[in-house]
Design a protein around this ligand. Structure first.
Ligand SMILES: [Zn+2]
Ligand SMILES: [Zn+2]
Length: 151
C-alpha cells in the first residue's frame, strides 16, 4: 500500500510502498477514504510531542470502510464505514480506566503518534475505539469530527 511516512522529526513526509498491515486480535483493517489534517499532526512533525513511533504514519481523523476483521473482531461487518480517532488503545486497568476516564489512561496509545494512522491506503485499528458514522456526513465531512468533534 502507499503511505506518507514520517521518518523523523522536522523532515518532509515521504510517499513509500509498505506491506499491507494485518489486523491483529480485536482489530479491523480499514480502507482509508479520508483522513483530515490536525494541528497535532504538525506538533508531531515538528518534534514537539515526545517519543513518536518511528517511522510513523501520521493522521488520526480517519474515515474508511472495514476491509478485513482480525481474530475475535465482531463489532463491525466488512464494508461498514467507521471513524478512527486519536485515542487508539487503553490498558483498561489503570486508575483512570477503572473510573471511566479512559481518555486519561496512563498507558494509552494514540493513532498517528504512538501507533500508525491514516495517511495511507489502509490502516488497522482496535475495533473498540472505532465509531460507526451517521450517513448524513460524507467521508470528507466526517473526518475532522473524529478529533475536533469529540466530546
Ligand atoms: Zn486532532
Ligand atoms: Zn488505563
Amino acid at each position: 500500500m502507499k503511505a506518507m511516512l514520517m521518518k523523523g522529526p522536522r523532515q518532509p513526509l515521504q510517499m513509500v510502498d509498505l506491506p499491507m498491515p494485518k489486523p491483529g486480535s480485536g482489530q479491523v483493517l480499514v480502507h482509508v477514504h479520508a483522513c483530515a489534517v490536525c494541528r497535532t499532526d504538525l506538533h508531531v512533525i515538528d518534534g514537539e510531542l515526545a517519543n513518536p513511533k518511528l517511522p510513523l504514519i501520521l493522521g488520526h481523523e480517519i474515515v474508511g470502510r472495514v476491509a478485513e476483521r482480525g481474530e475475535g473482531a465482531k463489532r463491525f461487518q466488512v464494508g461498514d464505514r467507521v471513524g478512527i480517532p486519536w485515542l487508539g488503545w487503553t490498558d483498561g486497568t489503570c486508575r483512570f480506566c477503572r473510573s471511566q476516564r479512559e481518555n486519561l489512561c496512563e498507558n494509552a496509545k494514540f493513532t498517528g503518534y504512538t501507533i500508525d494512522g491514516g495517511y495511507a491506503e489502509y490502516t488497522v485499528a482496535d475495533e473498540r475505539f472505532c465509531f460507526p458514522l451517521p450517513a448524513i456526513y460524507t467521508d470528507v465531512e466526517a473526518a475532522p469530527l473524529l478529533c475536533a468533534g469529540m466530546l
